[in-house]
Design a binder for this molecule. Structure first.
Ligand SMILES: [Zn+2]
Length: 257
């Protein structure tokens, strides 16, 4: 990172967090009151940086105001609470649409997100914009606990892409972590797939076994948004994601289920 960027970030985060933004979080984000002081402080900095550094654009009539930016940055920022991976360096632009939409060459997944039809997702998206449906993002913010968060899903894909490949394995801290990750993800993906093939149900929704990239993105949503269920039904997966993200969302949902 350049000295200039470092200096600019320090300047941005040294500014007081706007009271209006605090109110947006309090009224619009169900998870905010459950976070501890340290997590909130980290997120305030992250929100300031993401709002400042990313190019935000409303599409099809969406007015991207402070509420839109702050809520999206907050949910995306949960992925960075303990990550040394920068502030989504491969994301420059965030496009916000009113609701799920269809564009040529792309389709809308069951999660309300736009997905390219190509199997070569990583290269297609690398350094490309993150595209979000505001209707889904706003609902995700208001109603945590449904194992559904389009912002965390989409930004998880961008972490995955930081290796240059979208293969469900984002950059890890150590060689050991890669080894454990590969073993857990391979085993768990096979188990979830087998479950759906025999007509069963799983804490990881069916869309997650579309491919390994979706498995990482959907499990990220489940980890952050339904940690009690994930830990109860797939503890090995919960543990792997707790190690990767360096946070323990069970604490946020304790007593809230
Ligand atoms: Zn996806």
């Amino acid at each position: 990172m350049s000295i200039f960027k470092q200096h600019h970030r320090a300047k941005i985060t040294s500014q007081p967090f706007p009271g209006e933004w605090e109110s947006i979080l309090e009224s619009g984000w169900g998870l905010w009151p459950r976070l501890n002081d340290q997590e909130r402080a980290t997120l305030r900095d992250t929100i300031q940086i993401l709002v400042d550094e990313k190019y935000w654009e409303g599409c099809a009539g969406v007015d991207v105001d402070d509420r839109t930016k702050v809520l999206i940055a907050a949910m995306a920022g949960t992925l960075l609470l303990d990550r040394p991976l920068g502030y989504f360096p491969n994301v420059h632009t965030i496009l916000v649409y009113p609701a799920a939409y269809v564009q040529s060459q792309e389709r809308v997944g069951s999660d309300g997100l736009v997905h390219t039809g190509s199997s070569n997702l990583g290269e297609a998206w690398y350094n490309g914009p993150v595209v979000l449906s505001w209707k889904d993002a706003e609902e995700s913010a208001l109603h945590p606990g449904r194992a559904n968060n389009v912002v965390q899903h989409e930004f998880a894909h961008t972490l995955d892409m930081q290796t240059g490949m979208t293969n469900g394995t984002p950059p890890m801290r150590s060689k050991d972590e890669y080894g454990r990750w590969h073993e857990v993800m391979t085993t768990q993906f096979a188990e979830v797939l087998a479950c759906y093939e025999r007509g069963g149900r799983d804490v990881i929704r069916a869309y997650g076994v579309t491919n390994v990239a979706e498995f990482f993105a959907v499990t990220t949503e489940t980890f952050y948004d339904a940690p009690v269920a994930l830990n109860a039904h797939r503890p090995a997966l919960y543990d792997a994601f707790r190690e990767f993200y360096g946070v323990d969302p069970l604490q946020w949902f304790d007593g809230h289920a």
